[in-house]
Design a protein around this ligand. Structure first.
Ligand code: ADP
Length: 207
């Protein structure tokens, strides 16, 4: 069992997934709440029966996965629908992510949570919080290149998330990601050594 949890967060396009991949390359277990949400809503996903019961057959595509475009429109237009969607998904994501952190066999676990700042329950689970940070202009250009969204659409998503300052305020460690990927890898390598030390001290203190 791995008792030491490092929360990893950052705004959209900051490079959370890239940073999580760097930790994974060191052999560290990564538990990603976004990936779990996708699993739960994929074909045969554990959340699909409850979602179809709550929102009707239109919630699913012909093959039985969540119709993301439909649900995104619905959640945007109707805040109560968004709440019902979250009421189904969030407890399942919380339970599954906790279970995976518990089962991890690495000295520490990276718990990647896009909305860590906004969510008290995830913050409470973390021994340490690492925030991936870059200028907002870079977030916008990366997301536009990745997704084809317009600048306005990216800004609207960013406006719905915590601000850069709010994220930095809860960071124990900042992962600046405004340069080359090699610089990100170096910074993650440095933090990996720190987390190995901290998790070992933590394990000894709990003996
Ligand atoms: P997030 O998970 O925070 O939304 P990603 O890790 O997916 O962000 O990064 C957003 C995009 O920017 C991806 O296409 C990723 O490959 C790219 N990217 C991230 N960091 C860098 C970097 N340092 N240099 C170049 N491209 C990067």
């Amino acid at each position: 069992m791995s008792g030491f949890i490092v929360g990893l967060t950052g705004g959209i396009g900051s490079g959370k997934s890239a940073a999580a991949d760097c930790f994974a390359a060191h052999g560290v277990a990564v538990v990603d709440t976004d990936a779990i949400a996708h699993e739960l809503t994929a074909v045969g996903g554990a959340a699909m029966p409850a979602l179809v019961a709550a929102f009707g057959a239109k919630a699913a595509t012909a093959d039985g996965a969540l119709d993301r475009a439909h649900m995104r429109r619905l959640a945007f237009a109707d805040p109560s629908a968004r709440k019902r969607l979250e009421a189904i998904l969030h407890p399942m994501i919380r339970t599954l992510s906790a279970e995976r952190c518990r089962l991890a066999r690495t000295p520490y676990v990276i718990l990647a949570v896009p909305l860590l700042v906004e969510s008290g329950t995830y913050r409470e689970r973390c021994n340490r919080i690492a925030v991936v940070d870059c200028p907002e202009s870079l977030q916008i250009s990366r997301v536009m290149a990745r997704s084809g969204l317009s600048e306005g659409e990216v800004r609207a998503i960013m406006a719905s998330q915590a601000s850069r300052d709010e994220r930095l305020a809860i960071a124990d460690d900042v992962i600046a990601n405004d340069g080359e990927l090699a610089a990100l890898e170096n910074r993650v390598g440095e933090l990996h050594r720190t987390y190995l030390r901290l998790s070992s001290e933590n394990a000894k203190a709990n003996c």
